[in-house]
Ligand binder design. Structure first.
Ligand code: FNR
Length: 365
C-alpha cells in the first residue's frame, strides 16, 4: 500500500496511531487526568494572530541562530522524550541522526532506550542531556559524568516532575515495557536493590527512584558537579524564573511537559511573556508543549522565546518512517517557519518582533 502524502507533522500522528500498538500510541499521545492542558496547548496557539508587514524584500531568509553559543540551522530543537525504541527499532540513534542532519539540537532523555554513548557515536551533532534527578545522587553524578564525557553540551534538569503525573490511558492499558526495550541510561549502574526479573521491573524501580525532595539547592549542587551549562525545564512562572536566574542557570525551558504532568496548567505560550519580562534578556527563555506548526514557532519567537522544542512530532514521525520521518518532520516545520517569516515580512529571527502578533490580551486593551 502506498504511503499517503504527508504534508504536515500532524499527519504523522494519525499514521502512527494506525501503526503503533495502542499501548504505545496512548503512552506517547496521552496527557494527565482530564487532558485539559494537552488540548489547551494547541488551542492557545490558535488564538494568536498575525500582524504582517508587506513590501519587504523576503527573497533571502535566514533562520539560523545561536543557542548557548552553538550555531544551529533553525530555532526548532528536539525535546527529551522517553523510549524511542517503542516507536522504531533504531530508537534515539535514528532521532539523533535525523536531528543532526537537520542542523539542530537533540535533547536525550534520562529515560532513553539507547545509551548516552550509543547516541553520541551514532552521528556528529549538538546534543543536550535531560536529567531526571534520582534519590541516589551517585547515579545522578554518573549520568552527568557520562553526558560530559560523551560531549553533550548542556544539562536540562526536569523540574516539573517530582512525581509522575497520572496518565490514565497508561493505567487502563497497564503500560509495561516490552522485553526488547530497556532504559539504557541505567545499564551498567549498580542497581542492586532492583527487581531484575523483567524490563518493567526496571521502569517501576526507576520511577520509584525519582527524588520528590528536589529543590533549588540541588540545582546549586548540580552546578558544582559539572561545568556544563544547566537549563531548568518546566518553569512557567515569573517567580520561579527569578529564582532560576538567581541560582545562575544558563537558560529556562518553559514547559508543561506536553500536558503530561499537572493538568489545568495554562499553555506555555500563554505564560511566556510573564517569564520573558522577568528574565529581562539575562538568560534565554525556550518553550515547548504544543508546537505543531511553523506558525507556532513564529508566535513563540514573537512573544520572546529564543527557540522552541518539539516532543511528540518526533516520536510519531519516527514511528511512521524512522530516521527519514524525523528528518522530514523537522524539514516541514522549518519550511513552515520560513514561509511564515516571508509572509510576515521577516528576513531573520531578529525581525520577529512583538508587534508581528496579536494575542487575546492585546485585543482586550
Ligand atoms: C515526554 N517529556 C519528557 N520530558 C522530560 O523531561 N523527560 C522525559 O523523559 C520525557 N519523556 C516524555 C515522553 C513522552 C512520550 C512525551 C510525549 C513527553 C516531555 C517533553 O520533553 C516535552 O516537554 C513535551 O513533549 C512537549 O510537548 P509536545 O511537543 O509533545 O506537545
Amino acid at each position: 500500500r502506498e504511503m499517503p502524502l504527508i504534508t504536515n507533522v500532524s499527519d504523522y500522528e494519525e499514521l502512527a496511531r494506525q501503526k503503533l500498538p495502542k499501548m504505545v500510541y496512548d503512552f506517547y499521545a496521552g496527557g494527565a487526568e482530564d487532558q485539559w492542558t494537552l488540548k489547551e496547548n494547541k488551542e492557545a496557539f490558535s488564538k494568536i494572530l498575525f500582524r504582517p508587514r508587506v513590501l519587504i524584500d523576503v527573497s533571502h531568509i535566514d533562520m539560523s541562530t545561536s543557542i548557548l553559543g552553538y550555531k544551529i540551522s533553525m530555532p526548532i530543537m528536539v525535546a527529551p522524550t522517553a523510549l524511542h525504541k517503542l516507536a522504531h527499532q533504531e530508537g534515539e540513534v535514528a532521532s539523533a541522526q535525523a536531528t543532526a542532519a537537520a542542523g539542530t539540537i537533540m535533547t536525550l532523555s534520562s529515560w532513553s532506550s539507547c545509551s548516552i554513548e550509543e547516541v553520541n557515536s551514532s552521528a556528529p551533532g549538538l546534543r543536550f542531556f535531560q536529567l531526571s534527578v534520582f534519590k541516589d545522587r551517585d547515579i545522578v553524578q554518573q549520568l552527568v559524568r557520562r553526558a560530559e564525557n560523551a560531549g553533550y553540551k548542556a544539562i536540562a534538569v526536569t523540574v516539573d516532575a517530582p512525581r509522575l503525573g497520572c496518565r490514565e490511558a497508561d493505567v487502563r492499558n497497564r503500560f509495561t515495557l516490552p522485553e526488547n526495550v530497556a532504559l539504557k541510561c541505567f545499564e551498567g549502574l549498580d542497581l542492586s536493590k532492583m527487581d531484575k526479573t523483567n524490563a518493567s521491573g526496571l521502569a517501576a524501580y526507576v520511577t520509584s527512584q525519582i527524588d520528590s525532595s528536589l529543590s533549588w539547592k540541588d540545582i546549586k549542587w548540580l552546578q558544582m558537579i559539572t561545568w556544563l551549562p544547566i537549563l531548568v525545564k518546566g518553569v512557567i512562572t515569573a517567580e520561579d524564573a527569578r529564582l532560576a536566574i538567581e541560582c545562575g542557570v544558563a537558560g529556562i525551558i518553559m514547559s508543561n511537559h506536553g500536558g503530561r504532568q499537572l493538568d489545568y496548567l495554562p499553555a506555555t505560550i500563554s505564560c511566556l511573556e510573564e517569564v520573558v519580562r522577568e528574565a529581562k534578556g539575562r538568560v534565554p527563555v525556550f518553550l515547548d508543549s504544543g508546537i505543531r506548526r511553523g506558525t507556532d514557532v513564529f508566535k513563540a519567537l514573537a512573544l520572546g522565546a529564543s527557540g522552541v522544542f518539539i516532543g511528540r512530532p518526533v516520536l510519531f514521525a519516527l514511528a511512521v518512517d524512522g530516521k527519514a520521518g524525523v528528518r522530514n518532520a523537522l524539514r516541514m516545520l522549518r519550511d513552515e517557519l520560513e514561509i511564515t517569516m516571508a509572509l510576515s515580512g521577516c528576513t531573520s529571527l531578529k525581525d520577529i518582533t512583538r508587534d508581528r502578533v496579536i494575542t487575546e490580551s492585546d485585543m482586550i486593551r
